[in-house]
Write a protein that binds this ligand. Sequence first.
Ligand SMILES: Cc1cc2nc3c(=O)[nH]c(=O)nc-3n(C[C@H](O)[C@H](O)[C@H](O)COP(=O)(O)OP(=O)(O)OC[C@H]3O[C@@H](n4cnc5c(N)ncnc54)[C@H](O)[C@@H]3O)c2cc1C
Length: 382
Amino acid sequence: MTVDAPLHFGDSADLERLRREVRVWLAGHPLPERLPDEPTPVFLHRWHRLLHSGGWVGLDVPREYGGRGLTSLHQVAVSDELGAGGAPGVPRIGYLAHALLEFASAEQRRRLLPRMLAGDDVWCQGFSEPGAGSDLAGLTTYAERGDDGSYTVRGQKLWTSYAQYSDYCLLLARTDRTAPPHSSITAFVLPLDRPGVTVRPLRAAGGDDEFCELFLDDVRLAREERIGAEGDGWALAMTTVSYERNALDTGHLSKYGLLVERLRRAARERRGQLPDGLLSEIGRCFVDYEVLVAHARRRIAERLAGQLAGPESSVDKLLMTRAEQRLYETALKVFPQEVHGPGGDVFAEYLYSRAASVYGGTSQIQRNIIAKRLLRLPHGAK
Ligand SMILES: Cc1cc2nc3c(=O)[nH]c(=O)nc-3n(C[C@H](O)[C@H](O)[C@H](O)COP(=O)(O)OP(=O)(O)OC[C@H]3O[C@@H](n4cnc5c(N)ncnc54)[C@H](O)[C@@H]3O)c2cc1C
C-alpha cells in the first residue's frame, strides 16, 4: 500500500526532478512558526508567499501572467509532494486563476494574475447571497450601468470566505433585470477598499472567522473592472466551481493518504483492541481514498488532453466529501484523545469536514447536476 505522494502518473524524468526539488526545498524551508493568536488565513498567507518565492505557485499559468508556463501535471506534482510532506498545500486560488485565464482580457490577466499568484493581492469569491446559494442564478445583487459605462452595485453577499483578509473579490452581479437569469449575470473585480463596501465576519464552529457578509451600497465599478462581456457571469461561475470541485486538489489527497496510513498503523499496533466495526471503517476509508486517487489521475489525463473542467467535477466533489467526512469521523474514533479539541488537528479537520457537503455547492446539488447533465435523466413526476 502506498499512500504518500500518490499521484505519480508515469512521471517523466523532468517531473521526478521537480518532485525531488520540492522535497529538498521543503527540507530547507520548514513550515513557519504560527504566531500566538495568528488567524489561520494570515498564517497561510505567509506560507503562500514563501511557496511563491520557491517557485511553487502557478506552475501551469503562462509566464506572461506570472506563472512558470508548465503543465497541470507539474502543479499537481508540487501539491502532491507538499501534502505528503505534511505541509499546507498551494493556496486555493487555482479556480479563481482559471476563471481569469478563461474570461479576463489580456490586460486584466497581466495586471491581476501575477499579483494573485505572488500573494501580493489576496482574493475571495463573492457568489453566494442570503437567498441565492444552491440557486445561484437567482442572485439579486444588481450592477447598474451608467451613461459613462461605469457601474453602481447594490446588494449583499454571504459566506464570502476570508473577505476580511482579502484585497479583491471576484463578484457576480445581475446587469439586466429582464433577460433570463443565466444570461443576465456579469462578473467583476471588486476592490474591497472601495467606498460603499462593508465586510462583516461571522464566527464558524471551528473558531475561525471564515465566513463574511459583504454589503454593497452604491459601490462604483469602472467598466475595466468588468470581467468578460455582460452576461458572461454564469459561464464564468460554472468554470470557477468546476475547478473548485475537481479532485485535483492533490495536496488534500496526499494529506488524506497520511491519515489513512496513520489509521492503518494504529489498527496493526492495537491488534485485538479495536472493534471489528471500526476496522471495517478503516477499510472503507482506504477504499474511498484509492477511488479518489484514481479519479484524480483520470482528471489529470483529461486536462493534459486539453479538456476543460465540467460537470463531471460533481462526481469528484461527492467522492471527496464522502472520503473526507468518513476519514475524520473514523480518526476521531481511533484517536479519541484528539476529540477533546478545539486545538487537536483531527478535531479541527473533523469540524471542517462537515462543511464539505455544503461549500462549492451542496451534495444534493451535485446529485442534481449528475442526473441532469451527465446522465441526462428526465424530470420525475411531481
Ligand atoms: C466552508 C464554506 C465556505 C464557503 N465559501 C464561500 C465563498 O467563499 N464564496 C461564496 O460565494 N460562497 C461560499 N460558500 C457558500 C456555499 O457555496 C453555499 O453555502 C452553498 O452553495 C449552499 O447554499 P446555501 O447555504 O444558501 O443553502 P441553500 O441553497 O439554502 O440550501 C439549503 C438546503 O436545501 C437543499 N437544496 C436547495 N436547493 C435544492 C434543490 N434544487 N434540490 C435539492 N436540494 C436542494 C441544499 O442541498 C441544502 O441542503 C461557502 C460555504 C461553506 C460551507
